[in-house]
Design a protein around this ligand. Structure first.
Ligand code: SF4
Length: 583
């Protein structure tokens, strides 16, 4: 039987005690993103800083998790160390299904564990275990030990942080199982501040499926749509790295700290090159038939007997951009080597790559010296970047500690803000033009996935501000509903509102099925209200000069159009948050 409320485990880490509470609001906020904002309103402290022990770290899933494919994400909601405002980050792996099998719609962590600990949660299990011996260990080592310590079925999911999270870097992510991440906006530091090295979710329960023929019939239809469309082709075969060559050709791939948007050596890091030479296998999140996760290998020689050992490293368009083109690295194995170190340190790859690209240009221009970087950072020199990634994670000196809090924070101290590639946070791998730049700079998560601005740029060369902003606002609302369902956004072409309504209806959420539009806008508004209440001022957002120097397929970015677009989008966001009526 489905519930009309949320079942939430609230864990007080200081007391080592948890209780399951009932939270109403299913028909108002659905789950996922909407539930994150609802729970932050209940347990969050807008008046206190991100690392106050009272501040919650929240994990939520959606109403279709476990019932339909690709409803595979977990939403993490927390106050971000990056900007001290409300934030969301999304990850897949086995986390969502494990929470479902643990009979939970959400997990809320409050307080601070007295010592480094691992939280173990199951449907009949709750334990806060001291693990001081894991503190300081990298992601691979801690993963190995945690898997041994907490044996579980296929429904076990392990969330953990690396040295970056322990050192409270605002670029620290939370690694999920082996190849997925809550990457952006410092979720790893939010857990580190609570002395939580790992959260182990043991999906040791079960739940009944719907009786009758309607559910299996619809499931089959959804499954066929997901596997028969070109989505499978796009995401399974070359995967998102197919974008590298496409964007490079379109003059939309950021190179060497966005000093260029295409390069003749892009073929060395194209999706095709990865697939031909470095791809080992594909993997998938639990419950996903697509399997978009591409795993390549990184090779290292033992000092003692010169034998090689191999490490499996996942790659996608964004990591290739961040550790490849943005750093001027044009060999796919060199990119995988950098990604391997980023992974072990528990850093968000986009933030780290873009920050180091800025540091490289700042060093070239004499804004900083090797006294700060400790290394002769040079575009294309992957060995030096591997060391710099470790410096960033461990915060080895004042410079790296400040850079780990955000590129603009370092630029404010040392200079070089004009060429900091920051759009709300370190940019994503699309230099497509004005609409994307405004979209990421102002977007709720400062993510390329908040709205399809990058796709809009590729299809429109007009300068219609009203049309572009309307697109961003409408697209964001529909994505906010999808992320409240916790759908993988790769499935957004399949999970239309009509199909989602059918899925919700068949599972038993009839009221939600009949009010998708209103609920989407309510969630969108609630998220913005929460964000603005914690200090976000859309009107104060500025876009660094570098973004107006970019040349795309449409020609040079029009700084005036970008400014008008940004101001209008900021006005609409403030308006959404102000509105008193809940649609
Ligand atoms: S398409 Fe990829 S990211 Fe999405 S659920 Fe499947 S494996 Fe996970």
């Amino acid at each position: 039987m489905i519930r009309d409320h949320f079942r939430v485990l609230v864990m007080d880490l200081a007391a080592g005690k948890g209780k399951v509470v009932r939270v109403d609001g299913r028909d108002e906020v659905a789950g996922g993103s909407g539930l994150g904002a609802l729970l932050f309103a209940k347990y969050g402290r807008i008046d206190k800083p991100w690392d106050d022990p009272e501040q919650p770290v929240i994990f939520t899933i959606g109403p279709l998790t476990g019932y339909f494919p690709l409803m595979s994400k977990t939403v993490a909601a927390f106050k971000s160390p990056y900007h001290d405002q409300y934030a969301e980050s999304h990850a897949g792996g086995r986390s969502a299904l494990a929470l479902k099998f643990a009979d939970l719609d959400a997990l809320v962590l409050t307080g601070k564990a007295p010592r480094p600990s691992a939280l173990v949660v199951g449907s009949r299990h709750l334990e806060l275990k001291e693990v001081h011996y894991l503190w300081g260990k990298d992601i691979q080592e801690s993963g190995k030990l945690l898997r041994r310590m907490f044996k579980g079925s296929g429904h076990r999911s392990i969330l953990r942080i690396g040295p970056a999270g322990e050192n409270k870097s605002a670029m620290a992510g939370i690694n999920v199982d082996t190849y997925r991440h809550f990457g952006r906006l410092g979720g790893g530091a939010a857990l580190g501040a609570k002395n939580i090295k790992a959260v182990v979710i043991i999906g040791d329960g079960s739940f009944p499926l719907m009786e009758g023929k309607d559910y299996p019939r619809l499931f089959q239809a959804v499954y066929e749509k997901l596997t028969a469309t070109d989505m499978m082709q796009k995401y399974h075969n070359l995967g998102t790295p197919v974008n590298v060559a496409v964007l490079n050709k379109l003059k939309a791939l950021p190179w060497r700290n966005l000093q260029a948007t295409s390069d003749e050596n892009a073929h060395g890091i194209s999706g095709e090159r990865f697939a031909e030479t470095a791809l080992l296998r594909n993997a998938a999140c639990a419950g996903c038939p697509v399997g978009c996760i591409h795993i390549g290998f990184s090779r290292e020689r033992f000092q003692t007997d010169h034998r090689f050992f191999y490490r499996q490293v996942s790659y996608d368009h964004e990591p290739i951009f961040a550790a490849g083109s943005m750093l001027g690295v044009t060999d796919c194995f060199a990119v995988l080597d950098i990604l391997d170190v980023v992974e072990q340190m528990g850093l968000d790859v986009m933030s780290a790559g873009v920050a180091l690209a800025w540091a490289t240009e700042a060093l070239e221009k004499g804004v900083i010296t090797e006294k700060e970087t400790l290394l002769p950072l040079r575009f294309g020199d992957h060995n030096t970047y591997e060391k710099a990634v470790q410096h960033l994670a461990y915060g080895v000196n004042d410079f790296y500690r400040l850079l780990a809090q955000g590129t603009l924070k370092a630029a404010a101290h040392y200079g070089g803000a004009d060429f900091a590639c920051v759009l709300g946070q370190e940019m994503a791998g699309y230099a497509t033009g004005e609409v994307f730049f405004a979209s990421q700079a102002l977007g709720f998560r400062h993510s390329h996935l908040d709205a399809g601005g990058y796709a809009y740029d590729q299809k429109h060369d007009d300068q219609d501000v009203g049309k572009a902003v309307e697109f961003l606002v409408t697209d964001e609302a529909s994505r906010a509903f999808l992320t409240s369902m916790v759908a993988c956004l790769f499935a957004r072409g399949v999970y239309t509102d009509e199909l989602l309504a059918e899925c919700l209806q068949v599972v038993g959420y009839g009221a939600l099925a009949g009010s998708i539009d209103a609920v989407s806008r309510r969630i969108q508004q609630l998220r913005w209200q929460t964000r603005l209440a914690t200090g976000f001022d859309p009107a104060a957002v500025s876009i660094p000069k570098r973004f107006t120097e970019v040349v795309t397929w449409k020609g040079k970015v029009d700084g005036e159009f970008l400014a008008v677009l940004k101001n209008e989008y900021a006005r609409r966001i403030a308006e959404m948050a102000r509105r008193e009526d809940h649609p």
